[in-house]
Structures are given as C-alpha cells and as structure tokens.
Design a protein around this ligand. Structure first.
Ligand SMILES: Cc1cc2nc3c(=O)[nH]c(=O)nc-3n(C[C@H](O)[C@H](O)[C@H](O)COP(=O)(O)O)c2cc1C
Length: 200
C-alpha cells in the first residue's frame, strides 16, 4: 500500500513521543510524511494539494495526540476543508472509496482512565467514533487505532518499543503483510499486536 502519514501536533517544542514517532515515519521508504502544522501554520490549507495527495495513496494515517477527546484543531480543519462534498462524499463522488484510514494516537490518560468508571469513563475507541463514521461515509475502511496510553509517563524502553512498533506497523501495512482481518477483531492495536499480526 502507498502510505500517507498526516502528522498533527501543535506543540512540538513540548512533544516527546509523537515527535520521535514522526521522525521514524519521516525516514521510511515508501511512506509519504506530512507535518500539517509545519505546512499550514496559519491553517490555510491547500485543498487541491491535499486531495491529490489522498488520491495518490492507499492508506491514510492520522498521527496525533488526543486533545480534549478529539484531534488537534488543524487536523479537524483539514477534515472540514479537504473532505469536500463532490470529492470525498456525495452521489457518484466517493473518490476515497476503498482506501484505508488508520489513527495513530497518544493519550495522557491511562488504560484504566479509558474504561467505564475510569476518569474518562469510556474506552478510547468511543472517542474516535466521528473519525470512524467519517471513514464509513467516504467508503473507507477504518482500521483499529494504534494507541499509546499514559504517553506522558512512559519509560524510555517502552517509548523506544512503541516507536519501533509504529515503524513496523507502517512497514507491514505498506508491504501488505499485516493481517488486517485479524486486526479488525480488535477494538484497538497496541505495540504488542504489531508483531503478532505481521506475517513476514
Ligand atoms: C490541550 C490538551 C488537551 C489534552 N486532552 C487530552 C484528552 O482529552 N485526553 C487525554 O487522554 N489526554 C489529553 N491530553 C494529553 C495529551 O494527549 C498527551 O500530552 C500527549 O498524547 C503526549 O504526547 P506528546 O508527548 O507527543 O505530546 C491533552 C493535552 C493537551 C495539551
């Protein structure tokens, strides 16, 4: 698959894990990497360029830290402008149909926070429902999100393992050696799932 990573993080001076994950994705062969906040610091998105990029790829990855249970603002702006009626949806104009969408997200909240009765009261995938439905409306397959919880308190070894797993996941998807049917049985993917579902 031709892989497009759209990275959205507005506070890169303070980021730790997402920046390292982005650097790993940026260096990969066969992966197009886009830093949305670098390209559009004034939120003035080049819609034609973004739509052409989408058409030229099979797997679209949204990589972002969860902010207020949602995507950072520029990624929402990107959706609002790029996924136009007559391009992404509407009669006879689902140009993204058959493509796949993967969210690679980090959360400050822990796994326990993202459970019924926990601080955030719902599993993380429930907060991604708008993205899932957006993909559905556009005829795209929504993959289980690749998730890192407790991203601000992760130890160095675990952090390295997560970055490596992210690169491995992108490579396995790019090379069509990731078991998507089995992956779709899970509500989310963690770094431990990547090796388990990769068939090299
Ligand atoms: C404005 C803002 C809003 C946030 N909202 C959430 C949230 O809704 N849920 C959550 O689990 N973490 C939230 N966080 C924590 C971030 O998700 C966390 O700091 C980030 O994933 C860590 O990745 P980084 O080191 O690459 O920045 C928020 C952080 C900021 C700055």
């Amino acid at each position: 698959m031709r892989v497009l990573v759209l990275f959205a993080h507005p506070a890169q001076r303070k980021t730790s894990i997402n920046l390292a994950m982005a650097d790993a994705a940026r260096r990969m062969d066969g992966v197009t990497f886009v830093d949305l906040y670098a390209d559009y610091p004034r939120f003035s998105i080049d819609i034609d360029r973004e739509q052409e990029r989408l058409l030229a790829h099979d797997l679209i990855v949204f990589q972002f830290p969860v902010f207020w249970y949602a995507t950072p603002a520029l990624l929402k702006q990107w959706q609002d402008l790029v996924l136009e009626y007559g391009f992404a949806y509407g009669p006879g104009s689902k140009k993204l149909a058959g493509k796949r969408l993967l969210a690679s997200i980090t959360t400050g909240g822990s796994e326990r926070d993202y459970a019924v009765g926990g601080g955030n009261n719902h599993p993380i995938e429930q907060f991604l429902l708008p993205l899932r439905q957006t993909a559905f409306l556009c005829g795209m397959e929504f993959l289980p999100p690749f998730v890192l919880h407790s991203a601000n308190h992760i130890e160095t070894a675990a952090s390295q393992a997560h970055i490596e797993a992210y690169a491995n996941l992108l490579a396995a998807l790019r090379d069509d050696v990731f078991d998507l049917d089995s992956a779709q049985q899970s509500s989310m993917l963690t770094r431990d799932d990547v090796a388990r579902l990769t068939r090299r």
